[in-house]
Design a protein around this ligand. Sequence first.
Ligand code: NAD
Ligand code: LMR
Length: 325
Amino acid sequence: MTVSPKKIVVTGAAGNIAYSLLWRIAAGDVYGDDTPVELSLLEIPQAVGKAEGVAMELSDSAFPLLHNIQITDKAEEAFDGANAAFLVGAKPRGKGEERADLLANNGKIFAPQGAAINGHAADDIRVLVVGNPANTNALIAQQSAPDVPADRFTALMRLDHNRALSQLAAKLGVATTDFDSVVVWGNHSATQFPDLTFATVKGEKVIDLIDQEWYVNEFIPRVANRGAEIIEVRGSSSAASAASAAIDHMRDWIQGSERWVSAAVVSDGSYGIDEGLVAGLPTVARDGRWEVIQGLDLNDFQRERIAANVAELKAEREAVASLLK
Ligand code: NAD
Ligand code: LMR
């Protein structure tokens, strides 16, 4: 049976994250080994030349599944008929900045892209926002696409999730795949809440194996501030790990995952998170949709941490009110 190609948009195609992300998509890591892909690279006019160079290298990699590469600075062309979109193109923060400091400049990118998705993408479009501040940028894009179901817009919490797993694996001397029911709630910011309350490792409760002091004073801030730590040590913001997490997110969304993962989705109002905010939640992916794990009992510590994220996301939403429909 011939499978028709899927069109995948990557914005910021000449940037650092894309330089890792594009190769994974072209290798079939999103839709699987039997689905050809067409790449659509969106850049600003000044970076189209560099994106052309990236496309030349992609061609030179002779990926059997890569059927076409389109390069443009026009959002309408880029998103025309798109099945999936990684919205990466945005400025990264530098040393000493918070991700929210990027909101004024980066926020403006996402309204026109959301509008172009609204008018041009395929019916099955799935959007993952990576560019920071990712949650609120995803909100802006979603609000600019009134004809697209809101659940097609998501933001990346999977990097935070993966960071949590790897810190835990190192602490307990086990594999990252040994954990279940880990979740990072809220905003992809230093306020995020990597939550171990429900986490298990090989069937045992993680909180019974670690001390509270390590959990609250080391683990949570370590995961939450890892982006800043990478910028400090590497000199620029995480790129390959972000690309890898973006692939994990989109692959699970399309192909399914019964293991809990963290995805920032449009809130349905559960867990005291205002309906409509784009927030990290515990999810599984079934039948091509993210399903939020419902009915969890939260303790006071969890409620407090989640509430801090809600307050921050609301303040970000307020700050970009002029960009929202
Ligand atoms: P980069 O500066 O290397 O590349 C960004 C690219 O985006 C540039 O080539 C730029 O020309 C392009 N761009 C800017 N405006 C655009 C527009 N309107 N349309 C299309 N392209 C546009 O940056 P990077 O390291 O690739 O990071 C990209 C973004 O991802 C940053 O905002 C960074 O903070 C964010 N990030 C998010 C996560 C996460 O977990 N959510 C992780 C790492 C980085
Ligand atoms: C990260 O978490 O590594 C990215 O969001 C980049 C940053 O600014 O921290």
